[in-house]
Every structure is written in structure tokens, then in C-alpha cells.
Ligand binder design. Structure first.
Ligand code: 9YT
Length: 133
């Protein structure tokens, strides 16, 4: 069994800070579970254009308030605590935070650890791993 603590992980390389968001990646490819699991904070006012072309992703909102828009059809879905959105079609989407949002995110295939978005809002399939050392 593997046991980790968010507060400890936040002090390590597992915490990635980027424009409008940060994420602490608690479970990664190297753990061999077939998915990765992250606690992500979307900062208030963030407006993120995302398109995970190489990954399927589920995002569960634990706190905060915002919305997600699917670009193809322009539909806007409110996000409040208890909402999950599931990008089962590699959907191009825009994520907006009205108030800072805390999200639990699962990726398949799993992230290696150091990914940040490329110009298309995607993560590449290969990236540097984090080490707990
Ligand atoms: C909300 C969202 O798309 N989260 C993606 C995962 C997070 N940004 C991360 O760990 O990279």
C-alpha cells in the first residue's frame, strides 16, 4: 500500500504551479495504478483554454464556484461543490473560476509528474517524473 499526505506533498516537487492554477499530484504513473490523481486549485478569475488530446480526465469540485464550457457546442455548465465533469471525448473546453476552486482530478493515462499545458492546452505523453527524494 502507498500512503501520502497532501500537506507533505505540497512541500515537494509534486506541487506544480502554473498560470491561473496549481496542482499537487498525489498519485502518478510511477505508482503503476493506470491513472493519476491530483488535487488542483484553480485561482479566482482564471480562464483556462484546455484540450487534453492525449488524456481522459474527470474533475470533481470540492469547493469554490465556476463554470466549464465545451467549445464545440458552446454549452456552459455551472460548477459548484459536488459537481463532476468527465471529459470522455477529449473535449476541448474552457474552465473559469468565479471563486477559487479546489478540484480532485483523475487522468488516464497517468501523468508522469511535471506536465504543464502546451500551446494547445494539452499535456504531452512523455514528461519528467517527480522524485520523492
Ligand atoms: C481542472 C483541470 O483541468 N485540472 C487538470 C489537472 C491539473 N491542472 C494538473 O494536475 O495538471
Amino acid at each position: 500500500m502507498i500512503v501520502r499526505q497532501l500537506q507533505e506533498a505540497e512541500k515537494s516537487d509534486r506541487r506544480i504551479v502554473s498560470e491561473g492554477w496549481e496542482s499537487t499530484r498525489l498519485l502518478l504513473k510511477a505508482d503503476n495504478m493506470g491513472f493519476s490523481f491530483h488535487i488542483t486549485t484553480i485561482y479566482e478569475g482564471a480562464n483556462l483554454n484546455l484540450h487534453y488530446q492525449n488524456h481522459l480526465e474527470s474533475v470533481y469540485c470540492m469547493s469554490g464556484e465556476g463554470e466549464v464550457e465545451t467549445v464545440e457546442d458552446g454549452k456552459v455548465y455551472p460548477i459548484t461543490p459536488g459537481t463532476i465533469y468527465i471529459l470522455d471525448k477529449n473535449d476541448k473546453h474552457i474552465l473559469r473560476a468565479k471563486k477559487e476552486m479546489k478540484m480532485a482530478c483523475v487522468f488516464n493515462p497517468p501523468l508522469h509528474g511535471k506536465e504543464v499545458h502546451n500551446a494547445e492546452g494539452a499535456y504531452e505523453l512523455d514528461a519528467e517524473e517527480v522524485s520523492d527524494k
